[in-house]
Ligand binder design. Sequence first.
Ligand code: G3P
Ligand code: CA
Length: 240
Amino acid sequence: MNKPMIIAHRGAKGMAPENTLASFQLGLSQGCEGIELDVQLTADEEIVVCHDMTLDRTTNGHGLIVEKTLTEIKTYDAGYWFGDEFKGEKIPTLDEVFDLVSENIMINVEVKHAYEGRMELKLIELLRRRNRLNQVIISSFDHKCIRRLKQMEPEARIGLLYQANLLDPVAYARSFDVEVYSLHPYYQLLDAEDVRKAKENNLYVYPYTANEEKDLLKLTEAGVSGIITDFPARLVSLLG
Ligand code: G3P
Ligand code: CA
């Protein structure tokens, strides 16, 4: 059986504060082969790693990230709420994640918001500068955003995130006028036939976010290319 790539969701989110360097480091030490993270834009157009558009849920700050400069963002604590040992963790920039994560680890960058097209421009600029176009898959629920990105940078790899039960995900991906690299369905909607068809059509399949053993095994049996999970260590030990 094909072993799926083990992808740490927002790092090892189940055991460390999501989307922090500590969380990515933990996932790597547990043996993940890929990292999923979310990006936002600051007022001074730096790409930072955070799931929400606001600081409130995951830091001791308040308000919209896009209204703060990077210097301001760095004054907030993104780890204390998870446990004392994570006190002082900061929201990282994507640039800092590239410093930490070696090039053999896949990085799935999820664009949460396009910021009127500015996110695509900044992302392309960064991926080119850091020479990471071949390491990164850029996914989004905003399919127009990743289509624009691919039009601007043909070397970028784009993935379609979706939560709806699409009638024919492969036909949908093929209806794009740019090449789609991967499908990222909600894991409960995926069936083995969808996976078979996708792989036959050279599309990778990375379902999110499965954590229970039975689901991890089911997805592995269905032959998915990778599994996005909050507990990478669990998947490492299941796959042996
Ligand atoms: O990229 C897959 C998954 O992370 C999408 O949902 O809300 O966890 O970002 P969410
Ligand atoms: Ca995400």
